[in-house]
Ligand binder design. Structure first.
Ligand code: ATP
Ligand code: MG
Length: 356
């Protein structure tokens, strides 16, 4: 059997990042040999501690090695000081820019037999919108005024909508292969506020619709929804959503809101995706309140490792990780405290590795 070696950068970062990233490495190493998949790992630095040690939150070396020498990466979490520290800015935001990781993909899913099953993916544009961070403040006779630029481009809107379409097709393929699902057919929901922002969100809407009208997506149903009514429906009827595509800011807000639907941040994975490169990243932060206690839920990271594999075209390996995690959750005997259990990180990891 052909074997493939993937080189994966490991960036634990701060806080519980250091406790969960090693679990991500172990699950990749534990994948069955029959998949023909081998891994090499490279330990890399980034985060607030790195900043305090070296003066750089994202050392050049980390970026260079990821660019020239890795197929993908796992990123833990970084502390973000609540009051800005001079010279410090989020390394993951910088990394997304430097590697052109233009999509942030966040699956939100309960186990299939949950009382209220949810199975959706939020696909958030990651390079523009209000996050271009072009702000200014000026004085007027009535006091200060601050402004920010919201930039939406045809190119970025088109590629994010196309990615949403591809993800919808891939999910349909996985369902057709026998994975139980609450969805019958693939659906992409385009989110915007073009009734107010007719030019910026108007462009996002029109471009997304056009991209999804490509004959490749003939089997994908496409609908659109204004973001505020979307939030309402997301909470009332989350089972209605399959793939959601949104500009940067709405995507950010919807992602965190959707994460709340499944109980714990400790369960929700994400991936930062570009052309042929993906970084898996749990959605939670560095969780300073529980760090060092060995009780962080590793599942968000394990699912992030699987999600990274999906984007590196290793769907079968990814499916094995998802299944092992789901089995642990469905049985519900070894759960971490955020899920109401008593298990330590290590016990959860061992239970899932055993199922793999
Ligand atoms: P940061 O500034 O790094 O984002 P934070 O204080 O916002 O830190 P988060 O990591 O975002 O903390 O977590 C929010 C809450 O969810 C915290 O109470 C944290 O303990 C809990 N939490 C987050 N991740 C996990 C996890 N993997 N396992 C258990 N609890 C978690
Ligand atoms: Mg946080």
């Amino acid at each position: 059997m052909a074997s493939r070696t993937l080189r994966i950068g490991l960036i634990p970062g701060d806080g519980i990042g250091k406790e969960v990233i090693p679990a991500g490495r172990r699950i990749l190493e534990a994948l069955p040999a029959s998949l023909g998949l081998k891994f090499e790992f490279v330990n890399l630095q980034a985060g607030f501690e790195t900043f305090e040690k070296t003066g750089a939150a994202l050392p050049d070396e980390t970026v260079q090695i990821l660019k020239s020498d890795c197929d993908g990466a796992l990123f833990g979490a970084v502390s973000s000081p609540t009051t800005p520290v001079k010279g410090y800015s989020s390394p993951i935001v910088a990394l997304r820019k430097k590697l052109d990781l233009y999509a942030n993909v966040r699956p939100v899913k309960t186990v299939f037999n949950a009382p209220k099953p949810i199975d959706m993916v939020i696909v958030r544009e990651n390079t523009e919108d209000l996050y271009v961070k072009e702000e200014k403040t000026y004085d007027t006779p009535e006091g200060k005024v601050a402004e920010a630029i919201k930039r939406i481009s045809q190119r970025a809107s088109s590629r994010i909508a196309t990615m949403a379409g591809e993800i919808a097709l891939r999910r349909q393929k996985i369902r057709a292969a026998g994975s139980p699902s609450i969805h019958k057919g693939p659906l992409v929901t385009i989110t915007h506020k073009s009734n107010v922002l007719s030019q910026t969100d108007g462009l996002f809407r029109a471009t997304s619709k056009e991209a999804l009208a490509n004959p490749r997506f003939l089997s994908v149903a496409v609908e659109e929804q204004i973001v505020d009514s979307m939030v309402y429906k997301l909470f009332r009827q989350p089972e209605a959503y399959d793939v959601i595509v949104a500009p940067n800011l709405y995507g950010d807000i919807l992602s965190d809101g959707a994460a709340a639907l499944v109980g714990s941040l400790g369960l929700v994975p994400s991936a930062n995706v570009g052309e042929g490169f993906a970084i898996g990243e749990p959605c939670h932060g560095s969780a300073p309140d529980i760090m060092g206690q060995g009780i962080a839920n590793p599942i968000a990271t394990l699912r992030s490792a699987a999600l990274m594999l999906e984007f590196l075209n290793e769907e079968e390996a990814a499916a094995k990780i998802y299944a092992a995690v789901d089995a642990n959750l469905s049985e519900g005997k070894l759960l971490s405290p955020d899920l109401g259990g008593k298990a330590k990180t290590e016990e959860v990891v061992q239970d899932i590795l055993r199922r793999l």
